[in-house]
Design a protein. Structure first.
Length: 255
């Protein structure tokens, strides 16, 4: 395990892939989270102190076919995704869209360093590769985040101070970057960092283990209608059977 403080540039390195498990839960931050984050970013104008974004837990997954270092995102999906969305808006307001591409796209490719989960991919890709700033057309929470923050940032006066916040954002925002080796137990570390949070269920981990990005077409055809039927999160429900703790429906399905 390697632990160090990292700037945004140190985390988003162009020869690196930050890979959110493809079948991970979707992006879920809401207006309360976005408002707090935007307020904190605006407050950078009044301080030279560094702003701590907390810990990002990553696991070394070796190198991909292009030789890029792949790091699986164990914890930090919401903050990293928000960072990319915010950066897309801020860089455009500062007239630095080309710099966004240099800082957040993989070297020699047309892919973002941060690879989203399956359910978030279409909205995320639409936003990251916009040539001209415009409202996102998607209906997911990532599109909602982009549209909401873009409007809110205009109301808060970000365009007038975009270049100053751009500089402070790059230099003063930092993460605690934790990189686990292949032999480290990521679930144990996740639970230590999120003692009061909701850990990944066995079903979540099984889907991520058994299904990969390469299985997307097969998943869309055979399993999406089953797991994404929209029936009140049926697969995450705990069946009631007396007082004995039961597996969720998805865990019962796999086992």
């Amino acid at each position: 395990m390697i632990v160090n403080l990292s700037s945004i540039q140190g985390l988003f390195q162009t020869n690196t892939v930050l890979r959110i498990p493809f079948f991970q839960r979707p992006y879920v931050w809401n207006k309360e989270n976005w408002d707090l984050f935007l307020s904190d970013m605006m407050d950078l104008l009044d301080t030279e102190d560094n702003y701590q974004m907390g810990a990002v837990l990553l696991k070394d997954a070796g190198k991909n076919e292009l030789g890029y270092h792949v790091l699986d995102v164990v914890d930090g999906q919401q903050r990293l995704t928000t960072m990319v969305i915010f950066s897309k808006i801020l860089y455009a307001m500062a007239g630095r869209s080309d710099q966004f591409n240099q800082n957040f796209l993989q070297e020699d490719t047309i892919k973002c360093i941060l690879e989203p989960s399956r359910v978030d991919t279409d909205d995320f890709v639409e936003i990251v590769f916009q040539d001209t700033p415009a409202d996102a057309m998607g209906t997911g929470q990532i599109a909602n985040a982009y549209n909401y923050m873009r409007k809110k940032m205009k109301e808060m006066g970000f365009p007038d101070v975009a270049n100053t916040i751009y500089r402070k954002f790059k230099n003063q925002v930092e993460f605690i970057k934790i990189v686990l080796s292949e032999s480290d137990n990521e679930q144990f570390m996740f639970e230590r960092l999120n003692a009061s949070g909701r850990p990944l269920s066995t079903g979540d981990k099984l889907k991520n283990h058994l299904l990969t990005r390469e299985n997307r077409d097969l998943y869309d055809q055979m399993w999406a209608p089953v797991f994404e039927s929209g029936v009140d999160d049926f697969w995450g429900v705990l069946p009631l059977k007396g007082r004995k703790k039961q597996d969720t429906n998805i865990e019962s399905f796999f086992f």
